[in-house]
Ligand binder design. Structure first.
Ligand code: MSP
Length: 526
């Protein structure tokens, strides 16, 4: 059976879940649901990154011990994903004891192999990024991400001999052209690797930082952030037991934004090489959400919180917007106006109206009872079916390329076609003449097939809507194949793709109309 192992970054616990975290997590969830729907075994990992200066400082600022502070924010991330219906299989915390032991095991292994050494280094350190910057990387002497002058730090530390793996890494990226995708990020990494690669500082003396994992070969030092956090992707699998590492690790699909490209595209694969582990299958990199008002920040008061979005617009509408608006790999703009416009146009109008029109006519004309289909179909019926079959083929291609916005566009193009089919066949006019009643029944049967197909195609993107549609149609998930997930995660449901026209048996009753997406008033702006 095909497998896919999907990961999100482990989010730092010094901030609350916001739009950026939610986007990556929603993409991960969509991919999981999609691969599940086509019969793959899936495993989705998320969690929190809890060690390091930044967290220690944030804990101190709140007058809390770092562990108690991390417990609180980690719980908040987890409960947020639970409330948002994210179907993660495992939630890892870098403070979990098995993770710390795993990090120590790998550190010892790499140290014994001679790839970790003790040395002195002075450099520009950005606490926001938790890494050293070369002078060349700074823009006007500042970290380009945090717009802050980094601190000059010089001290004795342990270093990972990353430079040794430069050529091997270039070979891997050149020979596996989809290792890092989309292409623009692969190009960026290859350009970076044309310069000499420095070794990576992986420790902090405990005199300066205690909030990390003690080095097994020198307890006066801790490791923190990257050497700690990146290993989560394997430690979680090892912890889950069985053949998880063997089966799932080579199928790893990391999802990250461009801010953490270098650690994932350079540090991580070289660490894997040194540890004698295979590389991940794909590093999938997306762009940044930017606000009209600039960078999202607490001080600007423009932080978009997922639970507020869910309460105000519904989780599926929010998911739809995120997946439809951003071209994976490129930046996108977030504004309430754009969100509301999309909800009203695509969901309330195009999809919502289609659903309510079909179910209203079925109710009004036939008390919800589905009319059988004859063997002869009109050309427009066949075209409608073909349009949806074509949309599904397009969707499959786009999903393989992480082009979620295009996949949704393909589905909406089919929805538009279905709306036009109603206008073209005009069942409300036909119904006036009793001789046409049987044709009206057939037209509506085809339209119910549209809704049934949509309940399947939309499942990965809008799971609640897909479930609602199935309920309205009386499509039962019985007799589905139950594929047990290897690690006791969610059991997998495969929805059989029964042929168009063969699903609704004579006498099948569907429910009356329901408003799935109410229109939203645009807030008045000054
Ligand atoms: N802890 C590290 C990752 C360690 S992974 C082993 C970290 N954490 S973070 O909390 O800063 O999360 C960064 C990630 O959050 C990004 O890579 C992206 O997935 C998401 N986003 C945060 N802000 C974002 C936007 N404004 N837009 C899109 N996604 C962004 O880095």
């Amino acid at each position: 059976m095909e497998r896919i192992y999907i990961t999100t970054p482990l989010y730092y616990v010094n901030a609350e879940p916001h739009l950026g975290h939610t986007y990556t997590t929603v993409v991960a969830d969509t991919l999981k649901r999609y691969y599940q729907s086509i019969g793959c075994e899936t495993f989705l990992l998320t969690g929190t990154d809890e060690h390091g200066d930044k967290i220690a400082q944030a804990a101190q600022a709140s007058g809390m011990d770092p562990k108690a502070y991390a417990d609180r924010v980690s719980r908040l991330f987890r409960s947020t994903w639970d409330t948002c219906g994210i179907a993660y299989d495992y939630f890892i915390r870098t403070t979990d004891s098995y993770h710390k032991e795993f990090v120590q095991k790998i550190l010892q292994k790499i140290y014994d192999a001679g790839d970790i050494y003790f040395g002195e280094y002075g450099g520009f350190y950005c606490y926001g990024c938790e890494r050293f910057y070369t002078e060349k990387e700074l823009v006007d002497g500042k970290c380009p991400d945090h717009q802050k002058e980094p601190d000059y730090i010089s001290e004795k530390n342990y270093f990972f001999r990353m430079s040794r793996y430069r050529d091997q890494l270039i070979d891997a990226i050149e020979s596996r052209t989809d290792l890092i995708r989309p292409e623009r990020y692969r190009t960026e990494v290859l350009a970076f690797l044309r310069e000499p690669l420095e070794d990576l500082c992986i420790s902090r003396p405990i005199s300066r930082l205690q909030w990390g994992i003690p080095l097994p070969f020198d307890t006066n030092y801790v490791t923190y952030v990257w050497f700690d956090a990146l290993l989560n992707y394997v430690s979680a699998l090892e912890h889950c037991g069985g053949d998880a590492v063997q089966n799932l690790w080579p199928k790893a699909n990391h999802l990250i934004a461009k801010d953490i490209l270098k650690p994932h595209a350079v540090y991580w694969p070289t660490m894997l090489m040194a540890a004698g582990l295979p590389l991940y299958e794909h590093l999938n990199v997306h762009g940044y959400w930017v606000m009209d008002s600039g960078k999202m920040s607490k001080s600007l008061g423009n932080v978009v919180r997922p639970l507020e979005m869910k309460d105000r617009f519904g989780m599926d509408a929010f998911r739809y917007f995120l997946l439809r608006e951003m071209a994976f790999g490129q930046d996108a703009k977030f504004s309430l106006e754009a969100l509301i416009t999309r909800i009203n146009a695509d969901l309330a109008n195009n999809l919502g109206n289609l659903v309510s029109r079909i179910l209203a006519m079925q109710q009004k004309y036939f008390d919800g009872v589905v009319h059988p289909l004859g063997p002869e179909w009109a050309k427009e019926d066949q075209d409608l079916k073909n349009k949806f079959a074509h949309a599904e083929i397009e969707l499959t291609g786009y999903m393989a390329d992480l082009q979620f916005h295009r996949a949704l566009e393909a589905v909406w193009s089919a929805i538009d076609h279905a709306n036009r089919y109603i206008v073209q066949t005009a069942p409300y006019t036909l119904y006036k003449d009793e001789a046409n009643r049987s044709r009206v029944g057939e037209v509506l049967h085809h339209l119910l097939e549209v809704l049934r197909t949509l309940s399947r195609l939309l499942g990965p993107f809008m799971p609640d809507t897909a479930r609602d549609l199935k309920t309205l149609l009386g499509v039962v998930d019985s007799g589905l194949e139950q594929v047990p997930s290897s690690m006791g995660g969610n059991s997998l449901l495969r929805i059989p793709n029964q042929e168009w026209g063969k699903y609704f048996q004579s006498g099948h009753v569907v429910q009356g109309p329901k408003i799935l997406f109410p229109r939203i008033e645009m807030p008045v702006t000054e």
